[in-house]
Design a protein around this ligand. Structure first.
Ligand SMILES: [Zn+2]
Length: 318
């Protein structure tokens, strides 16, 4: 038997596994977290858990703290206006009867060799909370939406450290708050980060654990910025090279501004990649439970995206 030397990427891939994903998602989607609604106790518990995971892995906070606090404002609720984080809306709402939410993103990093170049990988950690007027199950557990995505960002952080190699660019590991209330966390981040022009790319996860078509359980929608066809080539090549069990639906997109936190970055013309396993009957329902997840696919997507992020962080040009 001949053993080939493990490549750097293989060292990272080797630590991505189902039991780790299960432990993250089991906690985040537990009934005790009450559906992780932004601005609630359940959301705060999720936040403390994710921070504990980052500390435990040895990921540094992006700023002085892992927490990036921010406030969102809306009109009085009869108007059904959405929460906003931009300065103009806030200054208007503050003058009238208004609502206010105190929210927090979580940001960790691995410092790169080159100063002032960033890539960001992110997933929202909030979900829809509880509805006490629902008969029977009242908790929106959000196992797929988006505990699945959070598990991927945490495993990518672990995998990057496991390579033992410092990336060229600084990698920011982001967990967004308030996505379900209007992409609030990612909107706040892009408007407040002074070096946003030095962000080379953004990789997003939102719902990566379910089957849209039961007859094609390996299906995943792979959205990416059309002007960067190399993002498609990377995945095609990596699926062959690393024998990943995925059937991507390649969706190059000229302006990928819909759907999830990728929109906040795409609006600034930052190239994005977004993994998403598409709609299912439990989407935004209290039945989005851990038992329904396709673990094999979730792990294969996590591995494929690790290879994407490796390229984003280290390739000279793309
Ligand atoms: Zn979501």
């Amino acid at each position: 038997m001949t053993l080939h030397a493990q490549t750097i990427q293989e060292k990272g891939l080797a630590v991505i596994n189902q039991s780790t994903a299960e432990s993250y998602i089991h906690f985040l989607a537990h009934d005790l977290l009450e559906g992780r609604e932004a601005g609630t106790r359940g959301g705060a518990l999720a936040r403390e858990y994710i921070i504990t995971c980052l500390r435990n892995l040895g990921i540094q906070p992006f700023n002085d703290s892992y927490i990036q606090p921010f406030e969102a404002y809306a009109r009085e609720r009869q108007t059904r206006g959405r929460f906003q984080v931009d300065i103009d809306s806030i200054s208007i709402y503050k003058k009238i009867v208004h609502r206010k939410l105190s929210l927090s993103n979580i940001l960790g990093k691995i410092e790169g060799k080159r100063a002032g170049e960033y890539v960001i990988v992110g997933a929202h950690y909030d979900h829809l909370g509880i509805d006490p007027t629902l008969e029977n199950d009242q908790i929106y557990n959000g196992a797929d939406d988006n505990a699945s995505g959070v598990s991927a960002v945490l495993q990518l952080a672990k995998a990057f450290l496991a390579t033992g190699q410092q990336p060229e660019r600084t990698v920011i590991f982001a967990f967004w708050d308030g996505e379900e209330k209007g992409l609030l966390g990612s909107k706040y981040f892009v408007q407040s980060f002074s070096q946003i022009n030095q962000v080379k790319a953004y990789l997003n996860f939102d719902m990566i654990g379910r089957n849209n078509k039961e007859e094609v359980p390996e299906q995943v929608v792979y959205f990416y910025t059309e002007s960067h066809p190399v993002f498609g080539e990377w995945l095609k090549n990596d699926i062959v090279r690393y024998q990943l069990n995925l059937k991507p639906d390649y969706r190059p997109w000229d302006r990928p501004v819909g759907g999830s936190d990728n929109a906040s970055f795409a609006l600034l013309d930052i190239p994005v990649i977004w993994y998403h396993t598409d709609g299912h009957p439990d989407y935004h329902m209290p039945t989005d439970h851990i038992e329904q997840l396709n673990w094999n696919k979730l792990i294969n997507i996590t591995k494929a995206s690790f290879l994407n992020l490796w390229n984003l962080a280290n390739e000279k040009e793309f």
